[in-house]
Design a protein around this ligand. Structure first.
Ligand code: FEO
Length: 173
């Protein structure tokens, strides 16, 4: 059974994951109307992943005798300036999510809930990967600079930049 304090903290994380999904969906839509099909595809996939992160938490809270609450969400912005600044925002947002997961892990220790502590290790590992992925993409973007041909290739190949390639195993672009 979850303590009330931990249930509340987990519900807060549900909201953060749901908002992440909305933010990336908005990024996908912005990229799509700019004609950046590859970047849009990447962001649609990120948005779906965040929804999965949220669902996993919803099911866990309910399974442990809590009540997962479906929250009202802030509307994300709809204009991201440039694709470079959009990916910078993606990284900053993932750093924020990592901090939030860390806080949550801290609450599990305070509450001596080792089952939830164990459950959250998946999120801890996922955040390392997501931050690494965002940093890898930003490195590629810095290499391109303002080169239009580079942007064309980046947009074509960005969907193949996965967590594995961020670790050095996948296709180089
Ligand atoms: Fe669910 Fe990208 O953090």
């Amino acid at each position: 059974m979850l303590s009330k304090k931990l249930e509340k903290a987990l519900n807060n994380q549900i909201k953060i994951e749901a908002e992440s999904s909305q933010i990336y969906l908005s990024m996908a839509s912005w990229a799509e109307v700019k004609g950046l099909e590859g970047i849009a595809g990447f962001m649609y996939a990120q948005s779906d992943e965040e929804r999965e992160h949220m669902l996993k938490l919803v099911k866990y809270v309910n399974e442990r005798g809590g009540h997962a609450l479906v929250p009202a969400l802030k509307a994300p912005k709809s204009d991201f300036g440039t694709f470079q600044s959009m990916f910078q925002e993606l990284l900053e947002h993932e750093i924020f999510v990592s901090q939030s997961i860390n806080e949550l892990v801290h609450v599990t220790l305070q509450e001596k809930d080792y089952a939830t502590h164990n459950f959250l290790q998946w999120y801890v590992a996922e955040q390392i990967e997501e931050e690494a992925l965002a940093r890898t993409i930003l490195d590629k973007i810095n290499l391109i600079g303002n080169d239009k041909g580079g942007l064309y290739l980046f947009d074509r190949d960005v969907q193949q930049i996965t967590v594995d390639s961020a670790a050095g195993a996948g296709p180089a672009i």
